[in-house]
Design a binder for this molecule. Structure first.
Ligand SMILES: Cc1cc2nc3c(=O)[nH]c(=O)nc-3n(C[C@H](O)[C@H](O)[C@H](O)COP(=O)(O)O)c2cc1C
Length: 337
């Protein structure tokens, strides 16, 4: 039903408007007594609990960061069969993000390009909403800095969000790999990243909960940079890796060069990411062994992509672009693996 009826209707609208309409409808559904149990019964996903990072996930297929930045639809994600949902990226203060249009579909490549720019309602509002989060569900909090905060004091932003958000989520993801905030990727340089991760891990020692901390890495790191980053993850005793974020590259796409140039800058997601993400997961396993938790995010648009990620050594899967193109059928397929 999604691909024959819902998707054609939604794709009739420009992408961000389709997102707004869908969120409005799903919020109404979430507020309607009895609607979510019915939805859950209708979808009826098979679930197998997974134990990782001291947490029990209802299953290993989650919603990736960026779709529900403000934690508005957690009960819906749960009813649709996602075993966990990652909210954010959350910044200290609310911000509206980059000018529109900033989200583009590329159906011929099963891809999206976005330059949203961390649009979100700010940590205080998100925390207030999380106070009513569904019980027994796993929620991750993806953290970043405000766009106007210079890199020299970015650590303060990350620490503010970390301290405020971590009591209300089950794991934290440090996001320095988004290509849509100018100069953010500089925080991936070894020395900057070391200072940032050290500050966060030190701050964690002073909190009552030992919330797991993961780093979300870029698919555009070359293998040398990847090795440096993995060494740092070990050195800093991080609890896991999310591989990967969106890409600034535009290689091997079906869409014409002219069309891609007209879209402009932004992070590419979906099918074109799949091979590099799988390769990165394989490298993580080879260099870090079997113990480090790895969450695969990037280019899972069908069951074979999902299988490739698990075969490469991923513990968990996250969906975004594949979910936009395939709907809940993709969650169900991934759950069969
Ligand atoms: C519109 C859009 C917004 C996103 N926003 C964020 C974000 O705020 N923080 C983040 O860490 N990743 C964000 N992502 C990246 C996704 O979480 C995911 O890592 C990436 O899209 C690769 O997965 P996919 O190929 O399944 O989409 C965003 C992706 C898209 C398409």
């Amino acid at each position: 039903m999604y691909k024959t009826i819902i998707r054609p209707l939604l794709f009739h609208f420009e992408p961000e408007k389709a997102h707004r309409i869908t969120f409005q409808l799903l919020k109404t559904l979430q507020a309607t007594p009895g609607a979510l149990p019915l939805l859950k019964w209708f979808i009826h996903s098979h679930t197998e609990p997974v134990h990782l990072m001291g947490l029990t996930f209802p299953n290993r297929v989650g919603l990736a960061a960026g779709l529900d930045k403000n934690a508005e639809l957690l009960k819906v994600w749960q009813a649709l069969g996602f075993g966990f949902a990652e909210i954010g990226t959350v910044t200290p203060r609310a911000q509206s993000g980059n000018p529109k249009p900033r989200l583009f579909r590329i159906p011929q490549d099963q891809a999206l390009i976005n330059r949203m720019g961390f649009n979100n309602q700010g940590v205080d509002k998100v925390v207030n909403r999380l106070k009513n989060r569904p019980k027994g569900y796993v929620v991750g909090g993806n953290i970043g800095k405000n766009t106007l905060t210079p890199n020299e004091i970015a650590i303060d932003d990350y620490l503010t969000v970390f301290k405020n958000l971590s009591p209300w989520v089950d794991y934290i993801v440090v996001n320095v790999s988004c290509p849509n905030i100018s100069n953010l990727s500089k925080l991936q340089d070894r020395e900057s990243l070391k200072l940032l991760l050290h500050a966060i891990m030190t701050a964690r020692e002073n909190l009552s909960e030992r919330t797991p901390v993961l780093l979300k890495i870029s698919p555009d790191l070359n293998n040398g940079q990847l090795t440096d980053t993995l060494n740092l993850i070990s050195e800093m005793n991080l609890d896991g890796v999310i591989a990967t974020n969106t890409s600034s590259q535009r290689k091997g796409l079906r869409i014409s060069d002219q069309e891609i140039q007209a879209i402009g800058n932004g992070g590419l997601s979906g099918k074109p990411l799949s091979n590099r993400t799988t390769e990165i997961i394989r490298i993580i396993r080879r260099e870090m062994g079997n113990d480090i938790p790895v969450i695969a995010s990037g280019g899972i648009v069908n069951i074979d992509d999902a299988r490739a990620k698990l075969d490469a050594g991923a513990n968990m899967l996250q969906l975004y672009t594949g979910f936009i193109y395939e709907g809940t059928r993709l969650i169900k397929q991934c759950l069969q693996l």
